[in-house]
Design a protein around this ligand. Structure first.
Ligand SMILES: *Cc1c(COP(=O)(O)O)cnc(C)c1O
Length: 229
């Protein structure tokens, strides 16, 4: 059986080691988002009982079901691609939406947030490696998306999210993380309330942290392999 508590301790320790070994942002804390997608609510509850404060889900329906039975306040992160027709549910369910990558999606979330009187925190997902299989705005279109987001009153841009390619040699991710951190810092200089750089998953979180990530999204290393059967 998977021991969520043990795995969590291991991961938290690795996060600390990576954070202390980095040159940049040495004193900045790293937030762990425990990714519970495809795992039952018992696993989610175990992680929360063990002290996890941030939960990540990638599907609206699944998240809605699981969040119903939570007995403690946690910060809820939507890490997966969001379809515009689910924006209303998403703004009700999530504190931070990591996956905004188009003007259309941004303005749909803005309207949905307005309709329930909320200011929705978001991240823009960037597709630095230009992978066809992944969502995310390309670097050359990022500035224009930021400008659009800034015109929308009911969403607030809090940072960026990156999913690195699944290279067999994980070191190949490093230049992408480094580039993303550079872009993040340049944008951060010009804004307020812009503080989250969400990058790093089970296979690459140590490198992501070394290169400046301050939010990591980790599932498998805590909960074991997901069963998509
Ligand atoms: C599933 C998922 C994760 C977690 O992946 P693991 O490899 O299990 O740690 C992180 N980020 C996103 C966007 C995901 O969809």
């Amino acid at each position: 059986m998977v021991s969520v508590v043990k795995n969590l301790q291991f991961v938290l320790n690795e996060i600390e080691l990576a954070r202390k070994s980095r040159q940049l942002a040495k004193d900045e804390p790293v937030t762990l988002v425990a990714v519970t997608k495809n795992h039952g609510v018992e696993m989610m509850q175990q992680a929360i009982d063990a002290g996890v404060l941030h939960i990540g889900e990638n599907r609206i329906q699944e998240a809605a079901e699981k969040f119903k039975s939570l007995n403690r306040e946690v910060t809820r992160h939507l890490i997966g691609h969001l379809q515009t027709n689910k924006a209303k549910q998403a703004v009700r369910l999530f504190d931070l939406i990591h996956s905004v990558d188009s003007e259309n999606l941004a303005s749909t979330i803005d309207k949905a947030a307005y309709s329930i009187g909320k200011i929705q925190d978001i991240l823009i997902q960037v597709n630095l490696a230009k992978e066809d299989s992944k969502s995310g705005v390309y670097e050359e279109n990022l500035q224009s998306l930021i400008e659009t987001v800034d015109t929308l009153k009911n969403i607030r841009l809090r940072g960026f999210m990156l999913i690195a390619p699944n290279y067999s040699d994980v070191e190949n991710c490093r230049p992408l993380f480094r580039r993303m951190y550079e872009i993040f810092c340049a944008v951060k200089k010009t804004r307020q309330n812009f503080d989250f750089l969400s990058m790093g998953m089970t296979h690459d979180y140590k490198i992501a942290i070394e290169e400046g990530a301050n939010v990591v999204r980790i599932g498998t290393a805590i909960f074991g392999e997901r069963n998509y059967g």
